[in-house]
Design a protein around this ligand. Structure first.
Ligand code: GLY
Length: 408
């Protein structure tokens, strides 16, 4: 036992916020072109799944995190109140997408179809995070036409939380988050809009499109500081829509810049532009992305909050880097100028090289793809762990990169 702990201590070494940059050692820059061994990163993911999947047999649960001193996934129930149920099936869909291996498709179907009843969740906004990576990717990657109605019902459930007086979807219930008494919207909510855009394109009411656009417009005006960084939690007056306060739940302080929150913004506005083609969203996506990039340390992986970045004892959040890497690959295909395309593409490649390097990769150390994420340090949990959504956005980024390379 003592030997096991010693071994783990050596293997899962601490990565704090002021570290030397190992990512550059794996990043080959030649004639302005940054290279990546994409196939190796894909193979690493598939090999990790070969190890993890046979251990994940309980269909009533999903893998959520790997603790710092552990090597195996901690599983939590597929519960209506747990926002992470969709990411594991989503990873399996992407594994099928990038390898073509039917084994991952069969596993993805099994893991997706266990929570169909979540389509009627109206208690919180996370239905988008839960249903889209599972059923949305299954529809798109696995050609599962039967998932369409499930997604449309899910979109309807999400849209029921829209408050016209405020102009946003209500993220959380006040009962679960009693610090706030009225209409709570968190920056993470931007990701859920993808489900509404999808529904609007696939036979539902145009109202869903309008709700998504209105939410994005209100959030753009109210949720961001003048320097294009965002707060985490806004409380609005439910009746007149005025902002009552700007706080945090998972960040370091109410006025700090929680890193994953910034990442949700970058991903969210890139996606909103992709869906609407409205230039004001592209302009905003670029501004918040440029700000995010300007705050990054050398290895492109932020500390869990940008306002404690200089403290070497603070932990990293690889999940934020994975979310942004995936978003940047999309952004690089949406911007017009060659210079911008190159800027965002190269930044994404640097992030992926860093995440795939020995510093962040879990290969040989634990069953995930990535290590060193932080879920909610301010709440005292998920500190310097592997997180299922870090792996999801990482494999999504690899899939997006593969498609970009194939097009070229
Ligand atoms: N949506 C929750 C999180 O980012 O932790």
């Amino acid at each position: 036992m003592r030997f096991k702990i010693l071994l783990l201590t050596c293997l899962v070494s601490f990565v704090g916020c002021k570290n030397s940059n190992k990512a550059d050692e794996t990043t080959v820059v030649s004639k302005n072109k940054i290279e990546i061994d994409l196939q190796k990163q894909i193979d690493d993911c598939e090999n990790q799944l070969e190890i993890a999947v046979p251990k994940l047999t309980d269909l009533t649960k999903h893998p959520r995190l790997i603790d710092t001193d552990s090597t195996e996934w901690k599983q939590v129930p597929n519960d209506k109140l747990v926002w992470t149920s969709g990411f594991y099936p989503g990873i399996l869909w992407y594994a099928y997408d990038i390898t073509g291996n039917e084994k991952w498709k069969n596993e993805a179907i099994k893991r997706t179809e266990v929570f169909e009843d979540f389509k009627t969740i109206t208690e919180h906004h996370d239905i988008g995070f839960m249903m889209f990576p599972a059923y949305g990717k299954g529809y798109e990657i696995g050609n599962k036409a039967a998932y369409k109605d499930i997604l449309l019902t899910s979109a309807n459930s999400l849209a029921s939380r829209f408050n016209l007086n405020v102009g946003t979807i209500k993220s959380w219930s006040n009962k679960m988050h009693p610090r706030w008494k009225q209409h709570i919207t968190i920056i993470d909510n931007m990701l859920n809009l993808e489900l509404l855009f999808w529904a609007a394109k696939n036979g539902s009411d145009k109202e869903f499109y309008d709700i998504a656009v209105k939410h994005a417009e209100t959030t753009m005006k109210k949720h961001f500081r003048d320097d294009y960084t965002s707060w985490h939690v806004l409380e609005y007056d439910s009746v007149n829509g005025n902002v009552l306060n700007r706080h945090t739940k998972q960040g370091y302080a109410d006025n700090s810049r929680w890193s994953r929150g910034q990442a949700w913004g970058v991903y969210g506005y890139t996606m909103v532009y992709k869906e609407t083609k409205d230039k004001k969203f592209l302009d905003f996506a670029q501004k918040i992305t440029d700000k995010y990039l300007s705050l990054l340390p050398e290895d492109m992986v932020p500390c869990w909050d940008f306002d404690i970045q200089d403290n070497p004892k603070e932990e990293k959040d690889a999940s934020a880097a994975a979310v942004v890497a995936s978003a940047l690959l999309d952004l690089s295909t949406l911007v017009e100028s060659k210079e911008d395309q190159k800027k965002y593409f190269n930044a994404a490649i640097k992030m992926l090289n860093s995440l795939g390097s020995d510093k962040y990769s879990a290969v040989g150390k634990a069953d995930s793809f990535l290590l060193h994420s932080t879920g909610a340090k301010s709440l005292g949990h998920e500190i310097d762990v592997a997180l299922i959504y870090a792996d999801y956005y990482y494999i999504e980024a690899l899939s997006r990169l593969k498609k970009i390379q194939e097009k070229k």
